[in-house]
Design a protein around this ligand. Structure first.
Ligand code: DOR
Length: 454
């Protein structure tokens, strides 16, 4: 009998202690041994010249199912993830219907079963209507927590006033994900775009300005402290928020997107028009530099793609009728590897942001590091490969990327989810067998920890 199911040989492994030349052995979906483990395995993957990173987890994706399957669904979105070297994704609640109830969560889990290529969890949306149920909902199996929109974006989810936001914050215990844009300021400044439609998407960061983001982040930090609730501030886009977040690191974790770290205004709006339109907006190079400083300082915990596919026909509507959001789950890792190659961050920091950070922020059970006993999730990458991000490679149903035509250094060569190779050299392998991610705070409720007989 073979001792191991899979052996990954000859690669350089990103372990918690640093880079190590080691073989990685997998049994029953978990890492069984690291080091010189012999050759006794059913399947061997030759990883010479490659780096074996802990599976990259994208904690912010919109896979649009149910309701907007013309843009994306759980099968196509998770295929894009696997092709991009991502091993798990947390999906956002602004679908149609919004994810507000136990039935909505269970429906998404059932839809993902047998169709999702990577592991997954779903956020429940906060609304005045479900505030009394949030504490129970956030503990359901496969739930990554509660997400609140303080400013309106795609979909109808919105909690704009302090009183309701405080009730939401007081309603549960897990870390809560926040879209921080101040709705009152957005409304007050809306005439800017309505009166200057000819200016197009370049107006987006003027309307939804830095102060709109700073105000909301300051408000949610104040209310979170009042409620004693941990928060995770999504897609932080300004340098103005970072000092506030740094002052509140006991309570707040921070996410930035590859888009905000890569693109900048005004160039992106001149080149891409409404394709560069997202919420919160891409801002100028000064803000982008401040985000990189926050990455270097350690204030940023997580890179999330905010994968938000819309059809090109929808994006072709004149601004501001065009929807906000751009796809990103497939390009997260190539872009961050390219930033690594350009010297903007170290490999250890990259792994911290894409694997260990998500595990730490959301309390993921058994993922986020290459260590014996952990899930055998790997992003196997070639740090030297130079590739163009081409249309043919993209799997998102929306069919485009703002990074099309860009040549990057660093590329995902294989994706392994719990010991199953789901992508190799740009091809999906096998059948979709992603499973719900498990969380430390709710493991006992999931029934996943066997009880000791006493
Ligand atoms: O640009 C965005 N698009 N920001 C969001 O917050 C939502 C997302 C979407 O779902 O399209």
């Amino acid at each position: 009998m073979q001792k191991y199911d899979l052996l990954i040989t000859g690669g350089t492994v990103a372990t918690p202690g640093g880079l190590v030349a080691a073989d990685v052995a997998v049994t029953d979906g978990r890492i069984a041994a690291l080091g010189d483990v012999g050759a006794n395995a059913a399947e061997v993957f030759d990883a010479r010249g490659l780096h074996i990173l802990p599976g990259a987890i994208d904690t912010q994706v919109h896979f649009r199912e149910p309701g907007h399957e013309a843009k994306e669904d759980l099968a196509t979105g998770s295929a894009a993830a696997a092709l991009g070297g991502i091993t798990a994704g947390f999906e956002m609640p602004n679908t149609s219907p919004s994810t507000l109830t136990a039935a909505d969560l269970d429906d998404k889990l059932a839809r993902a079963h047998g169709r999702a290529w990577v592991d997954h969890a779903f956020f429940v949306g906060a609304a005045a209507a479900n505030v009394d149920n949030l504490a129970a909902l956030e503990c359901r199996p496969g739930c990554s927590g509660v997400k609140v929109f303080m400013g309106s974006s795609t979909g109808s989810l919105l909690v704009e006033d302090d009183a309701t936001l405080l009730r939401v914050l007081a309603a549960g215990a897990r870390r809560m994900a926040v879209h921080a844009e101040d709705e009152a300021r957005l409304r007050a400044r809306r005439s800017l775009v309505d009166d200057n439609a000819a200016a197009g998407a370049a107006l987006h960061p003027e309307w939804r300005d830095a102060e709109t983001a700073r105000l909301a982040t300051a408000r949610v930090l104040r209310l979170a402290r009042q409620a004693g609730r941990r928060v995770h501030v999504l897609h932080v886009s300004t340098g103005d928020e970072m000092p506030l977040l740094a002052e509140n690191k006991d309570l707040a974790t921070v996410e930035v997107t590859p888009q905000h770290l890569t693109l900048s205004a005004p160039e992106c709006y001149e080149r891409l028009g409404t394709l560069a339109q997202m919420n919160p907006p891409i801002r100028d190079a000064g803000h982008r530099a401040a985000l990189w400083r926050a990455v270097a300082d350690g204030v940023v915990d997580v890179i999330g793609s905010d994968h938000a596919p819309h059809l090109l026909s929808e994006k072709a509507k004149p601004y501001p009728a065009s929807p906000s959001g751009m796809p990103g789950v497939q390009t997260l890792l190539p872009l961050m590897l390219d930033h690594l190659a350009a010297g903007r961050l170290s490999l250890a920091r990259l792994v911290d942001l894409t694997s260990a950070g998500p595990a730490r922020v959301y309390g993921i059970a058994g993922k986020g590091r290459v260590a014996v006993g952990y899930d055998a999730d790997f992003s196997i990458v070639d740090l030297e490969a130079r590739r163009e991000i081409g249309k043919d490679w993209l799997a998102s149903r929306c069919g485009w990327s703002p990074f099309e035509g860009m040549t990057v250094t660093g590329w995902p060569q294989a994706t392994v989810v719990r010991g199953r190779m789901v992508m190799r050299e740009g091809e999906l392998l096998g059948t979709p067998a992603g499973r719900p991610v498990r969380f430390q705070e709710t493991l006992a409720r999931d029934g996943a920890i066997p009880r000791l007989e006493r």
